[in-house]
Design a protein around this ligand. Structure first.
Ligand SMILES: NC(=O)C1=CN([C@@H]2O[C@H](COP(=O)(O)OP(=O)(O)OC[C@H]3O[C@@H](n4cnc5c(N)ncnc54)[C@H](OP(=O)(O)O)[C@@H]3O)[C@@H](O)[C@H]2O)C=CC1
Ligand SMILES: N[C@@H](CC=O)C(=O)O
Length: 355
């Protein structure tokens, strides 16, 4: 039996669903000769530790027995246990937490991340972290960074590493913005109401401005570009920001949520300009030959693939030399706690095969 210890940072929507999926899949893991445990769970201030792995009562135990912590103390504690296969799962959206990645890898942790920040740091830092991973022979998996549970990163990487020439990637990369524009285009609701609905369904980032500003889509575009070994930075992406500057600058999410009704009039006007067979779509596009990375709001015909998307579906069209004018298409739920957590579990299984 191969034993794997998961140290879970972030127990919000994705993290807590991940715990439940891991607990429920124990029999399936055993059939694969795997024993997968979560001995430590943490939010931004509190850690709960149970060496033999947390169980079904983890939420109550976290409340009752959680203790304040520093990441360094967690690393020391894990080292003292001599566990053989330790994986840090990053289910936070925190830039601060990413500062710990190098230290974690130097202390024998593999990393699996839903958090996109590490892959969108300045290119030098991105490249440096790859060197650290190589030096310490550790793995870093992040399939859920793009398209939640959809197999986008791995598909693109496999195409590229097998010598296929990828010429363009285009599509609706954001599950929340897909849901927002699907619902807003079809239903008689204010834009602000639809954004609140997307938040309540767990599709948005913890700060919905990260989606509405185009940052989340720009990050995904950059991550895919870097899989093609293109050394772009976030600043290279031309982004249509849907959040006016004065709302971006307000510092709390709550303040933004209170003022988001300011956007209603502008979006109602955009909607009134649509023809009967048109919907709004927020798309990302990477044109490899023309070196264009762009994130923009467009009108799409309902009958074409972009326009026909439903719910929180994302769609990735990958154009390559072999596929010619008919792109390889990956489509399905692009956001949501269940699909994202399952993507993380799937990364754990992939990692288990490699170690
Ligand atoms: N929702 C989705 O569909 C998808 C999400 N993702 C990514 O998954 C990640 C998590 O999203 P989601 O679950 O919705 O977010 P939530 O806001 O629901 O949860 C975030 C969790 O991270 C914790 N956290 C924040 N900072 C730190 C820190 N420095 N150290 C340890 N824990 C910390 C928070 O703790 P506290 O409460 O104390 O702040 C909270 O438990 C994000 O990076 C997101 O981009 C990726 C694909 C799809
Ligand atoms: N907020 C993101 C979640 C997945 O990455 C999205 O809307 O796509």
């Amino acid at each position: 039996m191969k034993k794997i210890q998961l140290i879970l940072f972030g127990i919000g929507k994705v993290g807590s669903t991940f715990i439940n999926q891991i607990i429920q899949a124990q029999e399936v893991f055993k059939q694969q000769n795997l024993e997968i445990e979560i001995p430590i769970i943490l939010n931004s201030s509190t850690a709960f530790v149970k060496d033999e792995g947390i169980g079904e009562n983890w939420k109550a135990n976290f409340e009752d027995f959680g203790i304040p912590y520093q990441v360094e103390e967690i690393i020391d504690y894990v080292n003292s246990k001599n566990w053989k296969n330790v994986v840090a799962i990053d289910a936070t959206a925190s830039a601060d937490f990413v500062n710990n990645y190098t230290n974690l890898v130097e202390n024998a942790f593999h990393i699996i991340a839903a958090n996109k920040v590490a892959n969108t740091l300045a290119y030098d830092e991105y490249a440096f972290f790859r060197e650290v991973l190589k030096e310490h022979k550790k793995h870093f998996l992040y399939e859920t960074n793009v398209g939640a549970g959809l197999p986008v990163v791995e598909t693109l990487k496999n195409l590229h590493l097998s010598g296929e020439k990828v010429t363009k990637i285009r599509g609706v990369f954001s599950g929340s913005l897909s849901y927002i524009f699907n619902t807003f285009s079809e239903e008689n609701k204010n834009f602000s109401e639809v954004v609140a609905l997307a938040e309540s369904k767990g599709y948005t980032e913890p700060d919905p401005r990260v989606d509405l500003s185009g940052t989340d889509v720009a990050r995904k575009l950059l991550i895919l570009g870097r899989e093609l070994q293109l050394s772009y930075n976030l600043e290279d992406v031309v982004v249509k920001n849907l959040v006016p500057a004065y709302l971006t600058e307000t510092n709390s999410v709550t303040a933004f949520q209170e003022q988001i009704t300011d956007l209603d009039e502008e979006f109602q006007l955009l909607k009134s300009e649509l023809k009967e067979n048109e919907v709004l779509r927020y798309i990302g596009e990477l044109d490899v030959e023309d070196e264009v990375l762009e994130v923009k709001l467009v009108k799409a015909q309902k009958e074409n693939p972009l326009g026909a998307l439903q719910g929180a579906d994302s769609l990735f069209e990958i154009y390559t030399e072999s596929y010619g004018t008919q792109p390889l298409v990956i489509q399905g739920a692009g956001a949501g706690a269940a699909v994202t957590a399952r993507g993380l579990v799937s990364d754990v299984i992939k990692l288990a095969e490699r170690i």
